[in-house]
Design a protein around this ligand. Structure first.
Ligand code: PMP
Length: 393
């Protein structure tokens, strides 16, 4: 029967990694894959994570199963991180998931269980996995305009215009911060306008929060999510610990579901059911590390400090790149790079220009011209700036 299977579309980023690895040119620059790298090109184990792992190693006495929806201590620590200290406990159900991707998938699953007729509204562009997961699940989806190619900022009027067509019970997917792939984000005023519109339509916001702490700070990056959570009766939040804890391969994420007090218990029960039907228990190690880091004051301080180093490091690379391009082009047309937030910026180059940068300058970025800013260091910023100008972007 396996002869009926056909190859799936190749992952563009994995293809790019293959090309990059095969390139013999010294000084090649990898801006493709979406992981944080320090100035040495290393994705380090964070100091507080290592210390928490040691603590767990020293104190853990059993590896028996935990709870189907995950540990309540992890739920509480994540809810506080995402929603703040005064989060509404009586309205919150939570699920420990296999990474942020697992949280996204389970959000779609519970959305469909609650409303089989739901359509999912997705920003254009978005993280490609959103689209492939929805298509694989055969969930109807519609796009809303998000990015203005000319200014490289949010096309807010177009976004609001498109979201006028949202129906009651539809899910509207929003990136909580550090939009992937563009780097362009909503202002708090714009979040408020989206909240009003979705409340008026009876739609359910689903926030994908994969980069909290990578943009303007831990609290600031959660501000839009918190605003939505305070104004809408029902909200889904898929939070990833991969980036801000640097624990990509530990597969740690959390789905938070806000509803009303009366439905909380059944929602919590349904979340556990979803884990059970899919893989039973989510992996424990990463979630235990996160809980330990967040609840131990010394480890938390250490983690916040290192995360801040990561964040400000990326911001200064953005500033340096924008400055260099201003100098080379005698114009401010690349200043958007300093205004974008998070790991990514969409440069706005054509596929041909992206290919020119690869062929002529050994600069690798995804075909839609998404650049991973963390792939840069102070030496490669001028290389990239020259490549951008040379390719005629
Ligand atoms: N959402 C977005 C927008 C992402 O960019 C990512 C990571 N690439 C994720 C979710 C999920 O990441 P993970 O499953 O590795 O936690």
């Amino acid at each position: 029967m396996f002869e009926t299977l056909t190859p799936q579309a190749p992952d563009k980023i994995l293809q790019l990694i293959g090309l990059f690895n095969a390139d013999p040119r010294p000084g090649k620059v990898d801006l493709g894959v979406g992981v944080y790298k320090n100035a040495e090109g290393v994705t380090p184990v964070m100091r507080a994570v290592r210390a928490a792992e040691k603590l767990i190693w020293d104190t853990e006495t059993t590896k028996t199963y935990t709870q189907m929806a995950g540990e309540p201590a992890f739920h509480a620590a994540m809810a506080e991180l995402v929603l703040g200290k005064d989060y509404p406990k009586d309205r919150l159900a939570a699920l420990q998931t296999v990474g942020g991707t697992g949280a996204v998938r389970m959000a779609f699953e519970i959305g469909r269980m609650a409303n089989p007729g739901t359509t999912v509204w997705v920003c254009d562009p978005t993280w490609p996995n959103h689209l492939t997961i929805l298509d694989f699940m055969k969930l109807p989806r519609k796009g809303y305009r998000y990015f203005d190619a000319a200014t490289r900022s949010v096309a807010f009027d177009a976004m609001i215009e498109d979201l006028q067509a949202v129906q009651k019970g539809d899910l509207v997917l929003l990136h909580g911060c550090c939009h992937n792939p563009t780097g362009a984000n909503l202002t708090l005023e714009q979040w408020a306008a989206v909240a009003d519109l979705l409340a008026q339509k009876g739609a359910v916001p689903m926030i994908d929060l994969a980069y909290q702490g990578f943009g303007d700070g831990l609290e600031e990056d959660a501000a839009g999510t918190r605003l939505i959570a305070s104004r809408l009766p029902e909200v889904l939040i898929a939070s990833s610990c991969s980036k801000n804890f640097g624990i990509y391969r530990e597969r740690t994420g959390c789905l938070l579901v806000l509803g009303d007090t009366a439905t909380r218990a059944v929602t919590q029960n349904t979340l556990g059911f979803l884990n059970r039907q899919t893989y039973s228990f989510a992996p424990d190690h990463g979630a235990r590390v996160v809980t330990t880091v967040l609840t131990d004051p010394a480890l938390r301080k250490e983690w916040e400090e290192e995360l801040e180093e990561v964040r400000t490091g990326m911001l200064s690379l953005r500033g340096q790149l924008a400055d260099e391009l201003r100098r080379l082009t005698n114009s401010d047309r690349f200043d958007f790079l300093a205004r974008h937030r998070g790991m990514f910026s969409r440069l706005g180059a054509t596929p041909a220009q992206v290919e020119t940068m690869r062929a002529d300058s050994a600069v690798y970025m995804v075909g839609d011209s998404r650049m991973n800013i963390a792939g840069l260091n102070t030496n490669s910023v001028p290389v990239l700036a020259r490549a951008i100008v040379k390719a005629g972007v």
